[in-house]
Design a protein around this ligand. Structure first.
Ligand code: ATP
Ligand code: MG
Length: 438
């Protein structure tokens, strides 16, 4: 074998393969989807090595349901394509095979080898891997993965888990550990710092000391990552069902400001902090109950304080409310997309959620009824009530009015508006009294 990798102390460490039998790791073939098993068997039958790998093995060992089943094989992408008629090859940085079953597909990756640092253009000046298309053996593939718990291979034929990096022990101990020298691994791909927080929060793992240590100092390397990739990572982080925990950890490791630089300072304001926490806890609940979530809501929450700040400035200059919010939204979104490339359909929706907040003040029948029909009413209403829950210039009574209004039939709605009008008149009269007496 003769494979070595350098650990932190720069000592050579021999790679040992541990084969863990089914009786010890607990994964059974019945937990794996039939299509995955079919692909594994066909690759084996054609003479290739093929394993279930990565998140699926990890999640099954942790007793969680895997999100997807990825396969790693010794077959080259073209060889996979020859075996499966529904196969499409994708990717420039590293070619991957997608085997389609209707709209669903399985990802099959050829084992990768160590990137060749000797050839020019492979890494950038700051050590980031740019080109990465070297094939390798299963051991080499294991060493190139990020965390030990993500580098386990399940062999369907023997029922064994192949462990080259001590991942099984780490799963048992609940430890998240980078493979190899952490500093070098973060330099190669700074997104691994975000992945560390994501897996630790999502899977309840503890980040091992050496893996933790360089993060705060190296956080700035994320500035060099493409905003589109950071947007994808942001969604994975905040839509994992553990957003509250994730936010706390991101802040602890100085990583939050790389994704939301306009938000970080505002979190010291107790009202805004409570607002963000309430929103994230809501998001977590929705995800755990299988309800949909939209990135637009996440961004509208995170940027709300700074949008309000800019809107207030425009209001002070005499702009009407709606326009003030549009101006503020433009300033804030233009800056945010430089860090995480939020697609336009989501920025448009965030903009609407913000500017619609003003319409909750109008409770006359004509305007209220037409507001209910607005395509963004629901999102704006959720946002409004979230504000009410933390007393952010909106009262719970106000939120309740809109809750009740939606539930009424036509007659009930008219009645609510009449009552509201009556109340407003009384309030106005009361206000006028002291003046008229004087
Ligand atoms: P999830 O269940 O959240 O999808 P996952 O472990 O499957 O978790 P993916 O992003 O789908 O995560 O990646 C699949 C596998 O590819 C990982 O388990 C890991 O082995 C490897 N991997 C992904 N990204 C990196 C990276 N940046 N550096 C090294 N290895 C990586
Ligand atoms: Mg995955």
């Amino acid at each position: 074998m003769g494979l070595v990798f350098w650990n932190r102390q720069k000592r050579k460490k021999k790679i040992e393969l541990r084969r863990i039998p089914a009786t010890d790791h607990g994964i059974t073939a019945s937990q794996i989807c039939d299509k995955t098993k079919d692909v594994l068997r066909r690759l084996n039958k054609a003479g290739f090595e093929a394993y279930l790998v990565g998140g699926a093995v990890r999640d099954l060992m942790l007793g969680k349901e895997p999100k997807d089943f990825d396969i790693a094989t010794s077959a080259r992408p073209e060889e996979v394509r020859r075996l499966f008629s529904s196969c499409r090859l994708i990717g420039r940085r590293f070619r991957l095979a997608h085997i389609y079953y209707g709209r669903f597909y399985l990802e099959v990756a050829t084992f990768r080898g160590p990137h060749d640092t000797s050839s020019q253009g492979v890494t950038s000046d700051d050590g980031r891997i740019i080109h990465d298309n070297v094939y390798g053996t299963v051991e080499e593939d294991a060493l190139r993965r990020d965390f030990t718990v993500n580098a386990l291979f399940y062999d369907l034929a023997s029922g064994e888990v192949l462990d080259y990096v001590g991942g099984v022990d780490d799963i048992r101990k609940g430890t998240l550990r980078l493979i190899g020298d952490p500093e070098q691994r973060y330099r190669e791909d700074p997104v691994r710092m975000l992945r560390a927080i994501r897996f630790a929060s999502k899977l309840g793992l503890e980040i091992e000391k050496e893996t933790q240590k360089p993060i705060q100092e190296m956080a700035d390397l994320l500035d060099n990552i493409a905003p589109a990739r950071l947007f994808d990572e942001t969604l994975k982080l905040f839509h994992s069902g553990q957003a509250v925990k994730t936010l706390e950890q991101l802040r602890e490791y100085n990583l939050f400001s790389c994704l939301f630089p306009l938000t970080e300072d505002g979190l010291h304001d107790p009202t805004f902090n409570a607002f963000v926490m309430a929103a994230l806890s809501n998001t977590d609940k929705r995800i755990r109950s299988g309800l949909s979530v939209t990135p637009a809501f996440l961004y509208s929450v995170m940027l709300w304080r700074v949008v309000k700040y800019h809107a207030d400035r425009s209001l002070a200059q005499g702009y009407p409310m709606m326009q003030a919010f549009h101006i503020a939204a433009s300033i804030v979104l233009k800056e945010q997309v430089q860090y995480t490339a939020v697609p336009r359909r989501f920025t448009t929706m965030a903009r609407e959620i913000w500017s619609l907040q003003a319409r909750f003040n109008y409770k006359d029948c004509r305007r209220s009824m037409s507001f209910l029909g607005h395509p963004r009413f629901r999102a704006a209403y959720d946002f409004h009530c979230l504000r009410a829950s933390v007393n952010d210039d909106v009262t719970m009574e106000d939120c309740q009015w809109w809750t009740d209004f939606q539930e009424q039939d036509e007659e009930g709605k008219l009645e609510m508006c009449r009552l509201h009008k009556g109340k407003r008149r009384k309030r106005k009269k009361k206000k006028k009294k002291p003046n008229s007496a004087s």
